[in-house]
Write a new protein. Structure first.
Length: 542
């Protein structure tokens, strides 16, 4: 009789509140070898897979586990048995996911747990329920450990101890078993310089270039990148509350709901979850300088255009004049604003101005005081006119699939009845595997229908509400276009019309332009998951 070849999988948990066996991969391997020997199996050292110090939820970091799985499902698996301490060594993900993973492995090899001296089985009501519960208990243990860790870090943060990495401007110093921050005089001087420069009118890029020219110390760069200051780093310094003596904790999260780390990024948490601790001993920036910087930052944020729900629709477009760079000459170059000999500003072709008449023969100049008011009158009379908004509403909702939705509702009612019948049959002890499979199929179909039915259907009163909201937004954008914030007005134009605007003229007629509206921009933030209607693209002409 051929001796079975056994593989071993061992993983050490990152959590400390676990049994001694789970803390040591060496001990897990030794115990697994002893169990295999007692069963008469041969263990080949080539098939010992170890993930040391990796959480069971970190699927991307479990390299050896993935190598083991690849060997098993390859169709040429070199071993017959897989031995591990218990199911939670393989996975600490949610119960259904952990059970599914075990079942997929058990379809190719025997899976044994030496702690229970039992083989994993599935396919019966009892084994499926038991397998699911074991996986869910392991996942709950992971969640409980994560909660304990979070609470411990929260207590440390409130006590003034460091819970993360190093922050530019400070040194991390170990003190009585914890880590505290101490101001680094050299780096603190750079922080003060950045705040002062920004308060005096320098921008992020200008400050970064000035610091790099002086070769001043900078935060540690990411792996593979050269050290130095860049605009985003300058902005990060200007927005850190710690420099004003306030430590903010719990602003971001590294893990998704399943316990895995987000890939190369952290996600922000709601401001209501932040924890702020006063730390006057860490203050580097005085109150007056901090207020001056915050005022300038607030003004910069005000220039960004936002939708009805506060979402960013875009960033300010450089330019001090409304149409600079938006007008296209017949030669293909853009118009720019310059001061005429009379002291007023005019739009002229940048190619002719910078390269001469041999490149662009056009000598047209358009006074800002003439074209901008006329242009805004046309925009308000077309794209922002109530009649245009009415046409947008009708085009979007003219073909509401009422009959199709009625069919979805009837189908959902039929499926819900079948789910009830299948659940009753399972409780009565019928063919459990077959019934569960059919129940899962119906449940999947129900979820797909629920997604369709969740799409908004606007009844006439709701359409009227949307109409009023669009008109309100149109009124707000009219105010922005006529207001003092040129950067914001330029951004509104980007969302209302297609740019650039082609300018056409001859010597006998004044300049004319033609452009198309962008209904999608007008509807941004108001209508979700609805494509921009076609056929609503009136040309705007003077």
């Amino acid at each position: 009789m051929e001796t079975k070849v056994a593989a071993i999988y061992a993983r050490k948990s990152t959590a400390q509140d676990v049994g001694d066996d789970a803390k040591s991969v060496t001990r897990q391997v030794e115990n697994a070898k002893a169990f295999a020997a007692a069963q008469g199996w041969a263990v080949d050292d080539r098939f010992i897979f170890i993930d040391d110090g990796v959480s069971g939820a970190e699927t991307r970091k479990l390299v050896e586990k993935q190598r083991m799985i690849d060997s098993i499902v390859s169709g040429r698996c070199p071993f017959h048995v897989l031995v591990m301490q218990s199911n939670d060594r393989l996975s600490r993900r949610d119960g259904d996911e952990a059970l599914s993973e075990l079942k997929s492995l058990a379809a190719h090899v025997e899976v044994w747990f030496y702690a229970e001296q039992a083989r994993f089985t599935s396919g019966t009501f009892e084994s499926n329920v038991t397998g699911f519960l074991r996986g869910e208990f392991a996942a709950q243990f992971r969640r409980a450990i994560a909660q304990k860790t979070h609470e411990a870090m929260l207590r440390k943060a409130k006590a003034g101890y460091v819970t993360g990495g190093r922050v530019f401007g400070y040194d991390n110093v170990r003190q009585h078993g914890n880590v505290v921050r101490r101001i680094n005089p050299t780096e603190a001087a750079v922080v003060v310089d950045i705040y002062t420069r920004y308060a005096n009118g320098e921008g992020f890029k200008q400050i970064a270039h000035a610091l790099n020219a002086r070769q001043v110390v900078s935060p540690r760069a990411q792996r593979g990148r050269p050290c130095g200051w860049e605009p985003s780093t300058v902005r990060a310094v200007l927005t850190r509350s710690i420099y004003q003596g306030v430590v903010t904790y719990n602003k971001t999260t590294k893990r998704d709901p399943n316990g895995s780390r987000w890939h190369h990024r952290q996600l922000p948490k709601a401001e209501t979850e932040w924890v702020q601790v006063d730390a006057p001993q860490l203050r580097i920036i005085d109150a007056d300088l901090a207020l001056a910087v915050e005022t300038k930052l607030a003004g910069r944020r005000h220039a960004y255009l936002r939708g009805m729900k506060g979402q960013l629709l875009g960033r300010p477009v450089e330019g001090r004049h409304l149409l600079a760079g938006f007008l296209l000459c017949q030669c293909g170059s853009r118009f720019e604003a310059v001061k005429s000999k009379g002291g007023t500003h005019v739009y002229v072709c940048s190619a002719r101005r910078r390269k001469g008449p041999d490149v662009c023969p056009s000598d047209v100049s358009i006074p800002l005081g003439d074209i901008e008011p006329t242009f805004l009158d046309v925009i308000e009379g077309t794209v922002l006119h109530p009649d245009f908004i009415d046409r947008v509403i009708e085009a979007v909702f003219a073909n509401e699939p009422d009959a199709e939705r009625d069919g979805w509702k009837r189908e959902r009612q039929r499926l819900a009845t079948e789910v009830t019948n299948l659940t009753t049959a399972i409780a009565a002890g019928g063919d459990i595997p077959a019934l569960v499979k059919e129940l899962q199929k119906r449940d999947k179909e129900l979820k797909a229908l629920d997604v369709k039915l969740a799409r908004p259907v606007l009844a006439m009163p709701e359409r009227e509400g949307l109409r009023e909201a669009l008109r309100l937004r149109g009124g707000q954008w009219r105010d922005v276009l006529r207001g003092p914030h040129v950067a914001q007005a330029r951004l509104v134009l980007q969302h209302l019309i297609e740019l650039p605007i082609q300018i056409r003229w001859d010597h006998n007629t004044p300049p004319k332009w033609a452009t198309k509206s962008r209904p999608g921009g007008l509807l941004a933030g108001l209508i979700q998951n609805v494509a921009s209607p076609s056929g609503i693209e009136p040309e705007s002409r003077p």
